[in-house]
Structure formats: structure tokens, C-alpha cells
Design a protein around this ligand. Structure first.
Ligand code: NAG
Ligand code: NAG
Ligand code: NAG
Length: 138
């Protein structure tokens, strides 16, 4: 195999859309409600800088019968309340109380690091990109 082809395949293998590359590998989060804000590194390693990016996690999860489930445009925030975050270096677990069957409530958790990525300094999930600026609020 020619080296150029091997390099191209290698680049594909580590592309930004590969699942399992959560944002925690690359970002330092500062605040979270339905919006997640973070300093993330971008692709410009020469100017190695951190950008502030913020993103509405409603794009990423749905309330499926009281359970938080990854889903494009899931809009869980409409029917889940009292959400809290428990974060480590490898997990970013959101814990909410979600309405189901009209009147019943269930507590549910999901590791947002499994669905939210950092692509060139933008937080996102599925095909959604958050916003980015050079300077953050902190
Ligand atoms: C989620 O939060 C509820 C209420 O605060 C708590 O009782 C429950 O143990 C939490 N679940 C997890 C998995 O942390
Ligand atoms: C880290 O960030 C860079 C720059 O955006 C990106 O190319 C790379 O895929 C990220 N790595 C992980 C493990 O998320
Ligand atoms: C993100 O940027 C777009 C385009 O500049 C803007 O319309 C939108 O209000 C911004 N979203 C947030 C949450 O700031």
C-alpha cells in the first residue's frame, strides 16, 4: 500500500465523527444547564488555543417513557426537570426527573460524553454544532 493511502485511511479512522470520542477528552466544561459551556481545543495546533463553545443539549437526548435516550432533536428539556450533572474525567452524567404516561415521574441518567463531541472547538451532537467564540465568560 502506498504511504499516502495508508495516511488517508489513518486520518479517516481518527476523524471527528467517530463515536466514542467524547468532548471530555478535549474540553474543560465550566457551566451546565440545558446549555453546556466549555473551553475546547480546536484543530489549529500551531496557535494551540482554547475556544469557548456553548451548545443546547436538548439537541441530543429525548425522554423515552421516562428514560433519557440519545436522539437527534430529542428535546428532553421540555419534559425532564431538576437535572443535575455528575462529572469525572471520563463521564458527564446528567440526572433528571422525567415525566411519562402523562402524570408519572422517573429519575433517569445518561452519560452525555457518549453523545456530545468536540469538532474543531465546537461542541455538538449528531449533525448539530454549537456556537464558538475566541473568548469565554471566565
Ligand atoms: C439521580 O438523582 C436522584 C434525585 O436527586 C437520586 O435519588 C438518584 O440516586 C440519582 N441517580 C444516580 C444514578 O445518580
Ligand atoms: C480533540 O480535538 C481535536 C481538535 O478539534 C480533534 O481533531 C480530535 O479529534 C479531538 N480528539 C478527541 C479524542 O476528541
Ligand atoms: C448561535 O449563533 C447563531 C448565529 O450567530 C445565533 O443566531 C444564535 O442565537 C446563537 N445561539 C446562542 C445560544 O447564543
Amino acid at each position: 500500500m502506498k504511504p499516502s493511502i495508508a495516511a488517508a485511511l489513518g486520518a479517516l479512522a481518527v476523524g471527528p465523527y467517530v463515536h466514542g470520542q467524547g468532548f471530555l477528552a478535549n474540553c474543560t466544561w465550566q457551566t451546565a444547564n440545558s446549555y453546556l459551556g466549555a473551553y475546547c481545543n480546536n484543530d489549529n495546533w500551531e496557535v494551540y488555543s482554547y475556544d469557548w463553545t456553548w451548545f443546547d443539549t436538548s439537541n441530543c437526548l429525548m425522554n423515552s417513557g421516562g428514560q433519557l435516550t440519545p436522539s437527534n432533536n430529542g428535546d428532553y428539556w421540555r419534559t425532564c426537570k431538576g437535572c443535575s450533572i455528575r462529572a469525572t474525567n471520563i463521564e458527564f452524567v446528567i440526572n433528571c426527573t422525567c415525566l411519562f404516561s402523562g402524570t408519572r415521574l422517573a429519575t433517569s441518567t445518561y452519560d452525555l460524553n457518549k453523545v456530545i463531541w468536540n469538532h474543531d472547538g465546537y461542541l455538538g451532537c449528531f449533525s448539530h454544532f454549537g456556537n464558538r467564540s475566541e473568548r469565554g465568560p471566565f
